[in-house]
Design a protein around this ligand. Structure first.
Ligand SMILES: [Zn+2]
Ligand SMILES: [Zn+2]
Length: 81
């Protein structure tokens, strides 16, 4: 399972900095400034690794933490973390 990287919408190489008609650019500019992690609720910052999480996104680190806890729970280990 590979993670994705949050695009930097201020980077000309990733998103046009002037007016453009690209639907991809418009979608990136609309989505990322308000994007929050579905697990921890913190903002998603450019350059952070993430996974698609349902209809939203979540930090890769948050997903790993959750999966680790889930695996521990399935093995019957008690976790209060
Ligand atoms: Zn564009
Ligand atoms: Zn998070």
């Amino acid at each position: 399972m590979g993670y994705l990287v949050v695009p930097d919408i201020k980077d000309e190489w990733q998103v046009c900095q002037g007016d453009c008609q690209h639907t991809d650019c418009a979608a990136l500019r609309a989505f990322w400034p308000d994007a929050k992690c579905a697990i921890c609720g913190e903002p998603m910052k450019a350059g952070q690794s993430y996974f698609n999480e349902g209809k939203g996104v979540a930090h890769a680190g948050c997903v790993y933490d959750r999966e680790t806890k889930r695996q521990r729970a399935m093995r019957g280990e008690v976790t209060n973390a």
